[in-house]
Design a protein around this ligand. Structure first.
Ligand code: FAD
Length: 506
């Protein structure tokens, strides 16, 4: 069934294709400048790369080796900003870097960390320092061969929640956010984009108009140009697969580890979801079509070997409880090696043929906000609706206004306001929703009033919130992107969640 927007329907200022971090970030910034915005995402928000990252809000220590100073400086500045914008879903993490004689000399690590500490101005995170593993507690899980190393700071983020919060903020400011909606065709007609959208739930299509189009399709960026828009483009994207494994906790403490491999790559081991360790990543060139990707057995072996070189506790393939993989949509700079391809982004604006088209190549979770600012700066001369001043640098994301004293103080306040909340649930609600936890609790005065328990501490009231406010439509949305409860619930509980979501969204 084709539904065409009538001639009286006003065109949107901006049609954004892609509900990953870049599309959601641009939608938020643009609507805040007064533009009318439609964002379409073919699946769920953050279904692809933006939920498959290592989840670091980082400058990217290793990019210094590739002289990516612009990117590292911008990312370090953003790291500080983002940690303030969303203190519920992001936090400071200390990274322990053992020195291995076989890889990089100690002086090189020291010089790199010095640069990392000082490359951007006004950095407040604790600086790096040398540590002796024979006396420092972070040395306990390491093999005795490793006696010296360094510790430095970076940030950690619940990546898919970052995307959802940007979309939510955009939506609350008036953007039209449509998930499970695919752009299937678009052409320039009389100075406007005329775009056909397919609602993948109902199978219906609709034609809408927009003054400008943003191609934030991540791994699909080049295909969208060539196949959907039929626009030749000289820039291309290099898809590089990266995979992670999750195993039962290998070490205690809040610190993460960064290990150097003999192939000069680095692999992280990060405390994850209280009971687990997250290990990643790999860099595998990907030649096939974009889509859902999975980890290959040799990647699991590689990741196990990478951490087993350093940890006393040995990780086996059979320990893996979950894994995920994603495709980095990197700007193709013709590097020979997948690890060396630039992690910086390139914005390509096409105004030659009428209505503007902006395509985004590359980018990091960490730099999404700045990327959005640059994207709108680039569009502003041809799209006055986004010419307003940039505003996102100091505006918190939904739930980020947790009050004075940081997360711990906010948790104390929540526990006092709702003393009946199971402590682990109070913590989890605040970590995922920040001040919006109060909206979920609403008028409830007891655990019972939060509705039925579907599994663990997940209640129907929380799922209702995810459906009503965060576009959750399937159990997978709830268990793997709005949360990581999929790691904690058993199969019967997951089925209960699936049945409930189905019934609520029918
Ligand atoms: C293994 C790995 C580790 C990483 N680690 C980090 C890290 O620690 N820190 C960091 O800062 N960055 C990291 N990154 C990079 C970061 O994850 C990506 O740069 C970022 O998520 C890209 O976001 P995006 O919005 O461009 O793409 P995506 O998140 O892929 O979003 C694009 C969206 O467009 C949608 N789409 C495509 N075509 C259409 C269409 N026709 N209609 C509607 N929708 C469409 C897709 O469904 C998709 O959801 C990592 C990446 C990988 C793969």
């Amino acid at each position: 069934m084709l539904e065409t927007a009538s001639a009286t329907d006003r065109p949107y200022d901006l049609l954004i294709v892609g509900g990953g971090v870049n599309g959601a970030g641009i939608a938020r910034d643009a609507v805040g400048r007064g533009a009318s915005v439609l964002l379409v995402e073919q699946d769920d928000l953050a279904s692809y790369t933006s939920s498959a990252s290592t989840k670091l809000i980082h400058g990217g220590l290793r990019y210094l080796e590739y002289y990516e100073f612009r990117l590292v400086r911008e990312a370090l500045t953003e790291r500080e900003r983002l940690l303030k914008m969303a203190p519920h879903i992001m936090w400071l993490m200390r990274f322990v870097l053992p020195h291995s004689k076989l890889v990089r000399p100690a002086w090189m690590l020291r010089a790199g960390l010095f640069l990392y500490d000082h490359l951007a101005s006004n950095m407040t995170l604790p600086k790096s320092r040398a540590i002796d593993f024979r006396t420092h507690s972070s040395g306990r899980p390491l093999k005795a061969d490793y006696t010296k190393g360094f510790v430095y700071s970076d940030g950690w983020v619940q990546d898919s929640r970052l995307v959802v919060l940007n979309a939510m903020d955009a939506g609350e400011r008036g953007a039209d956010i449509r998930t499970r909606t695919r752009l299937v065709h678009a052409e320039r007609v009389n100075g406007l984009w005329q775009a056909t959208l397919e609602d993948r739930t109902t199978g219906t299509t609709q034609v809408v108009q927009a003054r400008a189009l943003v191609n934030a399709a991540g791994p699909w960026v080049a295909r969208l140009l060539a196949d959907t828009l039929k626009i030749p483009n000289s820039k291309s994207v290099r898809l590089v697969k990266g995979s992670h494994i999750i195993v039962p906790r290998v070490f205690d403490g809040p610190q993460a580890y960064i290990f150097q491999n003999p192939d000069k790559r680095i692999v992280f081991a990060i405390p994850y979801e209280q009971k687990f360790t997250l290990i990643g990543t790999t860099d595998i060139p990907w030649k096939d079509a974009p889509g859902r990707v999975g980890i290959a057995p040799d990647e699991i072996t590689y990741l196990c070997e990478s951490v087993n070189r350093y940890f006393k506790t040995q990780v086996k393939e059979s320990d893996v409880v979950w894994s995920y993989a994603g495709l980095r949509p990197l700007y193709d700079d013709a590097s020979a090696n997948a690890s060396a391809v630039t992690r910086d982004y390139v914005l390509d604006l096409d105004t030659q043929n009428g209505a503007p088209l902006l395509s985004i190549f590359g980018g990091k979770i960490t730099t999404y906000r700045k990327l959005a600012e640059h994207a709108l700066e680039k569009l502003a001369p041809v799209l006055p609706a986004v010419a307003g001043a940039s505003w996102t640098a100091n505006e918190v994301l939904p739930g980020g206004d947790m009050g004075e004293g940081g997360f711990d103080a906010a948790l104390g306040r929540l526990r006092r306001a709702a003393p009946w909340l199971v402590p682990s649930l109070a913590w989890r609600l605040l970590r995922n929703y920040g001040s919006r936890a109060y909206e979920i609790i609403g008028e409830a005065n007891s655990m019972k009033e939060l509705g039925d328990v579907l599994g663990g501490d997940l209640t129907t009231r929380e799922v209702d919130y995810l459906i009503d406010r965060e576009w959750a439509r399937t159990a997978e949305d709830v268990l793997w992107r709005r949360s990581k409860l999929g790691l904690h619930l058993n199969e019967a509980e997951k089925t209960k969640v699936a049945d409930y979501v189905k019934q609520k969204t029918a």
